[in-house]
Design a protein around this ligand. Structure first.
Ligand SMILES: Nc1ncnc2c1ncn2[C@@H]1O[C@H](COP(=O)(O)OP(=O)(O)OP(=O)(O)O)[C@@H](O)[C@H]1O
Ligand SMILES: *[C@@H]1O[C@H](CO)[C@@H](O)[C@H](O)[C@H]1NC(C)=O
Ligand SMILES: *[C@@H]1O[C@H](CO)[C@@H](O)[C@H](O)[C@H]1NC(C)=O
Ligand SMILES: *[C@@H]1O[C@H](CO)[C@@H](O)[C@H](O)[C@H]1NC(C)=O
Length: 208
C-alpha cells in the first residue's frame, strides 16, 4: 500500500511509482484533499494505477471537495476502484452530482455506476455512517453492515474513526480477502480507536 502524503508534487508522487517500479505497489489510497494541492498529480497517480492494473482508492475527504473541486474530482473518479466517504460527504457528493436522492444506499448505487475507465475492475463504494450501518455498493448489490459497538458509553473519542475503518478495510483487501471481511476488519479497527483517547491502539490486535 502506498500512502501518498498530502503535499507531494507531481514529480515526487510520480517518482514513487518509478522508484518502486510499480511491482510492489498493489494498492494506492488517496485523500480527496490532495486535489486541493495538485489535481494534476492526483490524476497522474490515478491514471498510472489504472494503466498498471493497481487498485486505486479515494476518500471523498470533505463536503467542500465535491463542491469546489468538482471537475478534477470527476476526472479522477473515472479511475477510482474503491470510493470511501462518510454520510455527510456522500450527501454533498450526491447534491453536486444532481443524484436527486438523499437515500444513502441510492447514492452509493449511483456512485458505483458512474463511468469508469478500467471496466475490468468494477468500482466499490463504501460509506460509513458513525454508529449506523456501513453501506457498500458493488456491481451486483448494495448491502448494509452493522457496526461493532452499540453501547455508546464505551466510546471515548471518535477522532480518526473513519481513517481507522479504511486502515482495517485495506488490511484485508491486500490479502485478497472477501469484501465482507474487509468491512469486518474496518469495523474492528474503528471500534478499537474510538474506545481510546487519541489515535492509539493496543500492542496486539484482537481481530480473528
Ligand atoms: N458512535 C459510534 N458508535 C459505533 N461505532 C462508531 C461510532 N462512531 C464511529 N464508529 C465506527 O467508526 C466508523 C467510521 O465512523 P464515521 O462514519 O463517523 O467516520 P468519519 O466521519 O469519517 O470519522 P472521523 O471522525 O474520523 O472523521 C463507523 O463505521 C463505525 O465502525
Ligand atoms: C489485474 O488485476 C486483477 C486483480 O488483481 C487480476 O485478476 C487481473 O488478471 C489483472 N489483469 C491484468 C491484465 O494484469
Ligand atoms: C463526516 O466527515 C466530515 C469531514 O469531512 C465531518 O465534518 C463530519 O462531521 C462527518 N460526518 C459524520 C456524520 O460523522
Ligand atoms: C476520509 O478523510 C477524512 C479527512 O481526513 C477523515 O476524517 C475520514 O475519517 C476519512 N473517512 C474515511 C471513510 O476514510
Amino acid at each position: 500500500t502506498a500512502l501518498i502524503p498530502k503535499h507531494f508534487s507531481t514529480k515526487y508522487s510520480f517518482g514513487i511509482f518509478k522508484i518502486l517500479k510499480l511491482v510492489i505497489i498493489l494498492f494506492v489510497w488517496m485523500q480527496g484533499f490532495f486535489l486541493t494541492v495538485s489535481p494534476e498529480a492526483t490524476l497522474k497517480v490515478a491514471t498510472q494505477s489504472s494503466t498498471h492494473n493497481k487498485t486505486f482508492s479515494l476518500n471523498l475527504s470533505a463536503p467542500f471537495i465535491s463542491q469546489f473541486y468538482k471537475e478534477p474530482l470527476m476526472k479522477v473518479m473515472s479511475y477510482v476502484d474503491i470510493l470511501f466517504g462518510n454520510e455527510t460527504e456522500a450527501a454533498s457528493f450526491a447534491r453536486e452530482q444532481g443524484f436527486e436522492t438523499e437515500d444513502i444506499k441510492e447514492i452509493a448505487r449511483k456512485a458505483q455506476a458512474l463511468p469508469k475507465m478500467n471496466p475490468k475492475r468494477q468500482r466499490i463504494v463504501v460509506f460509513t455512517q458513525g454508529k449506523d450501518d456501513t453501506i457498500m455498493a458493488t456491481e451486483n448489490e448494495i448491502r448494509a453492515f452493522p457496526v461493532l459497538i452499540s453501547d455508546q458509553s464505551e466510546i471515548v473519542d471518535t477522532n480518526g474513526a473513519g481513517d481507522a475503518f479504511v486502515g482495517g478495510f485495506l488490511s484485508q483487501l491486500v490479502y485478497d480477502r472477501p469484501l465482507t471481511e474487509c468491512i469486518r476488519a474496518g469495523h474492528y479497527a474503528a471500534s478499537v480507536i474510538i474506545k481510546r483517547s487519541g489515535c492509539t491502539f493496543p500492542e496486539k490486535p484482537d481481530f480473528h
